[in-house]
Ligand binder design. Sequence first.
Ligand code: CDP
Ligand code: MG
Length: 153
Amino acid sequence: MERTLILFKPDCVQRRLVGRILSRFEDKGLNVVAMKLMHITPDLAKQHYAEHVQKGWYPTLEAFITGGPVVAAVLEGLEVIRVVREMLGATSGLKAAAGTIRGDFSSSRQMNLVHASDGPEAAAREIGLYFKKEEIVEHTLTITPWLRAGDEA
Ligand code: CDP
Ligand code: MG
């Protein structure tokens, strides 16, 4: 079982799309094991986007991601890191395929609504940036036997 860190970015919160997009993850059968509303500080933004800090467009990204509250969450499921990245679609909403979250809701390269970890190392690092161990709520939903066969996990 894998876990991934997702952020409903400030554009998502401001546009009141958190509920609709969270529903897609719930509909897919993914399990929410942590969730909170918070502000991202400039310091946290630099840690989160360490790979992009040197880029010319980083200052505008930092202004965007710190510009309003986000909802941070940890999703759990089989192959969840890849599954969620595919549900998001390409980075730019202008390039993301129709049917993906960014393709359906975003017309921007920056304001693309949701972040998701891009691999196992990033997921572990990012979950640690946003959540303490005790904030992750381990549980198994009773519907689990109706989401996949017992030998799939
Ligand atoms: O989020 P994703 O991994 O798909 O894209 P990224 O290339 O790792 O970039 C991180 C985030 O920076 C994107 O999700 C955009 O919000 C933002 N970005 C930007 O503001 N300007 C760019 N030219 C590229 C990305
Ligand atoms: Mg990325």
